[in-house]
Write a protein that binds this ligand. Structure first.
Ligand code: B12
Length: 222
């Protein structure tokens, strides 16, 4: 099968919420020599984006289907990340998580995958992470960047999210040592929002996110 056929079969399985079918396509693609990176960037992400477009256009799109698409994508991505080329030397460390009150995990996982593929060590705190936890962990783990994913307007702009992380960095004199990056749907709608929430940078997708974060690491790391 060629790449186009894998994309078609994977999309069909995902849209049918057929997790086993989606994994069968992925396994076949890997056996045929497709890399784990190709599986994530050429199958998984485009399928989620297509599903997002459908959901946005169709208010009746069913929540189970919407949820399963994300679950399948997250599971495949997670499994592929283990197969990503092992970086020989890490260039820096990032503490990543979804903002306080936010349970959306897929975008964050994709960003983690992209970071790992660019040789960045990732400490993933999961979802619903408090500002204190972000800052304390970044200090403990000697991370150069805190990366916060927020998919909802109130978790992006709320007082317990990035704004609070910025305040803590300031209070504790850490602003030169630790940079703050944000991302998620609200930032795509308002590209100036990252400044309003006190972040140093943002990015609209996983690939750009990894590049932006690497630049922040280089700003801080001697
Ligand atoms: C899948 C999904 C869910 C799944 C999440 C499953 C999971 N494990 O993640 C489920 C069904 C659980 C869910 C629940 C809810 N959801 Co929801 N969900 C979505 C949906 C369709 C897609 C999100 C997603 O996974 N996108 C795919 C990934 C790949 O994209 P992404 O997250 O944007 O990430 C990319 C970039 O943004 C960037 N990025 C992401 N994070 C970061 C971080 C950094 C540092 C950087 C630099 C970049 C970066 O890189 C990523 C990779 O390319 C969006 C619609 C949308 N258009 O976004 C709604 C959406 C986010 N959900 C929404 C809502 C309202 C909810 C619920 C409140 C629904 C409900 N009534 O229960 C709950 C809230 C739960 C909670 N407390 O968090 C709203 C938010 C509205 C708003 N304006 O605030 C949206 C926008 C849908 C809508 N149009 O109304 N949801």
């Amino acid at each position: 099968m060629d790449l186009e056929s894998y994309i078609k079969s994977y999309n069909e399985a995902v849209f049918e919420t057929d997790k086993q079918g989606a994994f069968a396509v992925v396994n076949q693609a890997l056996e045929q020599g497709l890399s784990a990176e190709d599986v994530v960037f050429k199958l998984v992400i485009p399928a989620v984006e297509q599903m997002m477009e459908i959901i946005e256009k169709d208010p009746d799109a069913n929540l189970a289907q919407h949820f399963m698409t994300a679950q399948i994508a997250a599971d495949v991505t997670e499994r592929m990340l283990e197969k990503f080329r092992k970086p020989p030397e890490m260039i820096g460390r990032v503490v990543i998580g979804a903002a306080y009150g936010d349970l959306h995990s897929l975008g964050k996982r994709i960003v983690s995958g992209c970071l790992k593929s660019l040789m960045v060590d990732v400490v993933d705190l999961g979802t619903n992470v408090s500002a204190e936890k972000f800052v304390d962990t970044a200090v403990e783990e000697d991370a150069q960047v805190i990366a916060i994913s927020a998919m909802m307007v109130h978790t992006a702009t709320g007082e317990k999210g990035s704004t609070r992380v910025r305040a803590l960095l300031k209070e504790r004199g850490l602003e030169r040592r630790i940079k703050l990056a944000v991302g998620g749907a609200p930032y795509r709608f308002d590209p100036a929002l990252y400044i309003k929430v006190g972040a140093d940078a943002w990015a609209p997708d996983g690939v750009t996110a990894a590049k932006v974060i690497v630049d922040l690491i280089r700003e801080v790391k001697p």
